[in-house]
Design a protein around this ligand. Structure first.
Ligand code: SF4
Ligand code: SF4
Length: 71
């Protein structure tokens, strides 16, 4: 099992939110905040630290853009 991020669907591009449907419109409140072990971070794009990930699926549930999958 591994986390996969679909960067076409993810709103976080070039270090900022490109969506108008994420609440404040400036930051996607979702996967990063949902992760209980701090395995996700927003850099120029969202990255996952596979060594920290415990494959709980919380980020998959939290993503409003259905950009994360666990398979
Ligand atoms: S599956 Fe869980 S531990 Fe892994 S990145 Fe997503 S929220 Fe974090
Ligand atoms: S919650 Fe989804 S859309 Fe938002 S930053 Fe995370 S992967 Fe991208």
């Amino acid at each position: 099992m591994a986390i996969k991020i679909d960067y076409k669907k993810c709103c976080w591009k070039d270090g900022k939110c490109s969506s108008s449907s994420c609440g404040c419109g400036k930051a996607c409140i979702g996967c990063v905040e949902a992760c209980p072990v701090g395995a996700l971070s927003r850099k120029s794009k969202v990255i996952v630290d596979a060594e920290k990930c415990i494959e709980c699926g919380a980020c998959v549930e939290a993503c409003k853009h259905h950009a994360i999958s666990l398979s």
